[in-house]
Design a protein around this ligand. Structure first.
Ligand code: NAD
Length: 485
């Protein structure tokens, strides 16, 4: 762990083995922190915020350091990508793409921070000036999940640092490796000691301390809905600012007038990329009745050919799930669907291939005869499983798309652009794609409506999450008010 500018072991001396989900081999042993380590890191961040010049140096100077972090990520791209794939099972090709996106996020905020000034407003009071300035929030706690370990970390680290905060990060206890490496890179880039700390360990000790500690000014969390609720409750102890990026159960609406082959291909990408362990995965496929059967047949033909395997083999298209407990969750979720009356068009279990038996693999699965009241349609399974529903009218399609407690993302496939615009105007989600899926980039805000979260990462709003807004009023002609004469 990296606390107060030093690499340290946990107070308790506890350790954790990190497992490769492809074959269950131990790939690393890391120290395992607890509440006391989290407290030490928070104290260091508080001291750095109050006493170091990081929050107050010209933004352009912080931008240079953040640029340097991007340079180092680009330099070590291959090592980082391999670590990420060892830790998560995703293909190395995908991890390389992640690393490019991550460097891009650091560059985006490095560039933005010195262009972002405050503003002068027209004061309604004679002989006065009124200006708005943005300041860092203070000590930020950041908790990340296992599905995109370093990508999710970068969406938090880059804007928090650029805005002049100090921070403590806790990665998922099962995927800490690239976070450890990036803290080394931040040290090398010249981030001053104490400004950034990394505490490893479980959510119910380290994470809970970060959420409840009164010396933390902001908590930014990416993960599941139930954990998000706990964090929101804990954060109320001192009314710390809250940014929550939670789950999704995302619709992908396909109209009959779409480009058929493209829509089939994209529907697969929407849900089988990274074995469906993507918050914005388009797991609810909603298809116009007139092409439903043909669409399912085409999908099933393609899904049968998805190549499962080791993410380090170039031919692999889909890796394993992250852990045994997550695999069991996905199995349970599909079994529940079977009890509810769905038909398994393809998949629906573990692969027979002897080479895949040591990994946490689940077959890419298409479930048909699904209706919106089923748990399998409503719950976030977070695996390579797609449910297919039918619609006949545009209104019904929109109603089905919105019938979820979540509102993270959604897709619409049609060649009728007016229809697409009518649909997206009514879809209650933070991101909606027309004729595409799963796209994100640093310039566009990311986050959820409804129970998919609070606040936005990325884009200008991603920086604003890490800033307080201050109004400074100056009286140019001070004189007694004489109210209390
Ligand atoms: P999770 O909620 O189980 O864990 C996320 C993090 O929270 C981990 O670091 C964990 O240790 C920590 N944690 C657990 N209990 C805690 C507690 N009581 N207090 C504080 N921290 C605690 O989620 P996960 O299984 O790691 O990730 C998958 C979830 O993340 C999915 O629901 C997915 O949709 C969501 N996700 C959302 C986005 C987004 O942008 N909206 C992106 C990626 C993942």
């Amino acid at each position: 762990m990296f606390i107060n500018g030093e690499w340290v072991e946990s107070n308790s001396g506890r350790i954790r083995n990190i497992i490769n989900p492809y074959n269950q081999e131990v790939i690393a042993t890391v120290t395992e922190g607890d509440e006391n380590d989290a407290k030490a890191a928070i104290s260091a961040a508080r001291k750095a915020f109050n006493q170091s010049d990081w929050p107050t140096i010209p933004a352009i100077e912080r931008g240079k350091v953040v640029h340097k972090i991007a340079d180092l990520i680009e330099r070590d791209r291959e090592e980082l990508a391999e670590l990420e794939s060892l830790d998560t099972g995703k293909t190395v090709e995908e991890s390389r793409g992640d690393m490019d996106d991550i460097a891009g996020v650091f560059r985006y905020y490095a560039e933005m921070v010195d262009k972002e000034g405050g503003e002068i407003i027209n004061s309604p009071i004679p002989n006065s000036t009124s200006k708005i300035v943005r300041e860092p929030v203070g000590v930020c706690a950041q908790i990340t999940p296992w599905n995109y370990p370093l990508l999710q970390a970068s969406w938090k680290l880059a804007p928090a640092l650029a805005a002049g905060n100090t921070l403590v990060m806790k990665p998922s206890e099962i995927t800490p490796l690239t976070s450890i490496k990036v803290f080394e890179l931040m040290e090398e880039a010249g981030v001053p000691g104490g400004v950034v700390s990394l505490v490893l360990g479980p959510g119910n000790s380290v994470g809970a301390e970060l959420a409840s500690n009164d010396d933390v000014d902001l908590i930014s969390f990416t993960g599941g809905l139930e954990t998000g609720k706990k964090i929101m409750q804990a954060a109320s102890s001192n009314m710390k600012k809250l940014a929550l990026e939670l789950g999704g159960k995302n619709p992908n609406v396909v109209f009959a007038d779409t480009d058929f082959e493209t829509a089939v291909d994209q529907a697969m990408n929407a849900v089988f990329f990274h074995a469906g362990q993507v918050c914005s995965a388009g797991t609810r496929l909603i298809v116009e009745e007139s092409i439903h059967d043909q669409f399912v047949d085409a999908l099933v033909d393609r899904v049968k050919n998805i190549r499962l395997g080791n993410g380090f083999n170039e031919s692999t298209q889909m890796g394993p799930l992250i852990s045994e407990s997550h695999l069991n969750k996905v199995i349970h979720y599909v079994e529940k669907g079977k009890q509810e009356g769905v038909s398994v068009a393809v998949g629906g279990g573990r692969p027979d291939d002897p080479e895949l038996q040591d990994g946490f693999f689940y077959l890419p699965t298409v479930l048909t005869n699904c209706t919106t009241d089923m748990r399998v349609v409503q719950d976030e399974g977070f695996g390579p499983v797609i449910t297919v529903e039918k619609f006949t009218t545009e209104e019904q399609a929109i109603w089905l798309a919105n019938d979820s407690i979540y509102g993270l993302s959604g897709g619409v496939f049609t060649n009728d652009i007016a229809k697409a615009e009518r649909c997206v105007a009514k879809m209650r989600m933070g991101t909606v794609w027309i004729n595409d899926v799963n796209l994100y980039f640093p310039q566009a805000p990311w986050g959820g409506y409804k129970q998919s979260g609070i606040g936005r990462e990325l884009g200008k709003t991603g920086l604003e999450e890490y800033q307080e807004t201050k109004h400074i009023y100056r009286n140019l002609k001070p004189e007694p008010l004489n109210w209390f004469k």
